[in-house]
Design a protein around this ligand. Structure first.
Ligand code: SDX
Length: 428
């Protein structure tokens, strides 16, 4: 449907509201004057029909299973690009020249070290702390170290803060893992790729040389690309809302990490692998399919379903292909990969899932690859946060430089008590 206005009949008045069009995708009804003209709010819990902003970063067509970053399809970027190049694309809007990419990569590389004092933050956590709890704390603490890049109105400081966050998040994530296994932190190296540096900081030990496996490095880089950005999802909206108050970027990204942790969002990759392990064998799949369909059972198929995709998540397709490749090249046989594929086959032929358009999402297969590489399950969402940091940073920059942006402050439908007088405790 394409139109230039909609009309609303309120009492005896007919009010027209303009309809705005983007380059592709649904038009939006501009209701900014609705409350002032009618005294009415719109009501949309979960924002299923609400556009919170305009953006040029990522476009999703949920019905067609399309995901574009600055117009480039995710499968082409995953197969032909690199995470550093996709990061540049998200931040700058265009694919870089070879020279621009080399300069950008070098800049990021030279920001990968963290302040030595930051390492003391880890000592305050129990060794068995969930690494996402550590990520929330340590990333939020970055604002205590980088006062020279917290003035959000200074484009130069915004750029430095953006580079610091993209560069340091792998170092902080690897340190969270090292702390959990009682091994010494490993400093970044300037002669390694973004993914290679992260793998070495995570898995190398002082007792022996560590050589980055190119198969694992390529899979890691591809997984980062697949998680880089995804329109106005819950954690990105959290970053934008925090940023709309003028909070510094380190605090905003920490807020995004906290939101991503939820099992309905980024925490689903950890939950999906735990679910596959709990199912264990193909013959137990029907029991779990029945539980997922049972309204009285809170169990859901983790890694299935999506607010926007009512078709196959294009990232899940690339992830399944990558899982196949990595397991084969690493010579890893993981029976839960067979469980995952059989579970997908059964679910996609089951009327409940077909009617509700529930397909595997980005989180369904990622855990199988990450497990094959050697990450513990509780690091999966940390890796999602690591990759999504560039998307959060790009969306934050877009919001800060948007002349229309103002502090986000939704209203409500109030259904509490009407005014009443205080009653002294002796009279209650
Ligand atoms: C991510 O937004 C993003 O872009 C997120 C993300 C990103 O890159 O940022 O793509 C990353 O978060 C992917 C989603 C990961 N989460 C999971 O895999 C958790 C399992 N999935 C769900 O909980 C659910 O599908 C959501 C949260 C993802 C979407 O929920 P919605 O859009 O609010 O849909 P809903 O909960 O209203 O479900 C619609 C119906 C319901 O049944 P009815 O009440 O209509 O009868 O489908 C059912 C749900 O019960 N349903 C499921 C199901 N997901 C939805 N039933 C069984 N298993 C599931 N996984």
């Amino acid at each position: 449907m394409a139109t230039d206005k909609v009309s609303l009949n309120v009492d005896d008045k007919t009010l027209d509201y303009g309809v705005l069009s983007g380059t592709i995708g649904p038009q939006v009804v501009d209701i900014r004057k609705l409350y002032g003209q009618t005294g009415l709010f719109t009501y949309d819990p979960g924002f299923t029909s609400t556009a919170s902003c305009h953006s040029a970063l990522t476009y999703i067509d949920g019905d067609e299973g399309i995901l574009l970053h600055r117009g480039y399809p995710i499968d082409q970027l995953a197969e032909q690009s690199s995470f550093m190049e996709v990061s540049y694309l998200l931040l700058h809007g265009e694919l870089p020249t070879a020279q621009a990419l080399e300069e950008f990569s070098r800049t990021i590389t030279r920001h990968t070290m963290v302040h030595e004092q930051l390492t003391t933050f880890y000592r305050g956590f129990r060794r068995d702390a969930h690494p996402m709890a550590i990520m929330c704390g340590v990333v939020g603490a970055l604002s205590a170290f980088y006062h020279d890049s917290t003035d959000i109105n200074d484009p130069v400081q915004r750029t430095i803060a953006s580079h610091r966050l993209i560069a340091k998040i792998p170092t902080i994530a690897a340190m969270a893992y090292k702390y959990s296994v009682g091994q010494p932190f490993v400093s970044p190296r300037n002669d390694l790729s973004y993914a290679g540096n992260f793998l070495r900081m995570t898995f190398s030990v002082p007792a022996e040389e560590y050589v980055v496996d190119p198969v694992v490095e390529a899979a890691m880089d591809k997984i980062f690309i697949l998680h880089a950005d995804h329109e106005q999802n819950a954690s990105t909206s959290t970053v934008r809302l925090a940023g709309s108050s003028g909070a510094n970027p380190f605090a905003c990204i920490a807020a995004g990490i906290a939101c991503l942790w939820g099992p309905a969002h980024g925490g689903a990759n950890e939950a999906a692998l735990n679910m596959l392990r709990e199912i264990g064998t193909v013959d137990r799949i029907p029991e779990y399919i029945a539980r997922a369909k049972n309204k009285d059972d809170p169990f859901r198929l983790m890694g299935f379903g999506h607010r926007v995709y009512k078709n196959y998540d294009p990232r899940a397709k690339v992830m399944q292909k990558t899982a196949n490749e990595v397991l084969e090249k690493l010579g890893v046989t993981d029976p839960i990969f067979d469980v995952a594929r059989e579970l997908e086959r059964i679910a996609l032929s089951d009327e409940y899932f077909v009617s509700k358009k529930l397909y595997p999402n980005v989180d369904f297969y990622s855990g199988i690859i990450l497990s094959a590489i050697g990450f513990p399950t509780d690091m999966f969402t940390v890796l999602f946060a690591l990759a999504r940091t560039v998307g959060w940073v790009a969306q934050w920059n877009e919001m800060i430089s948007d002349p229309e942006q103002k502090i986000g402050r939704p209203r409500q439908l109030y259904n509490g008590p009407t005014e009443r007088d205080y009653v002294a405790i002796g009279n209650r």
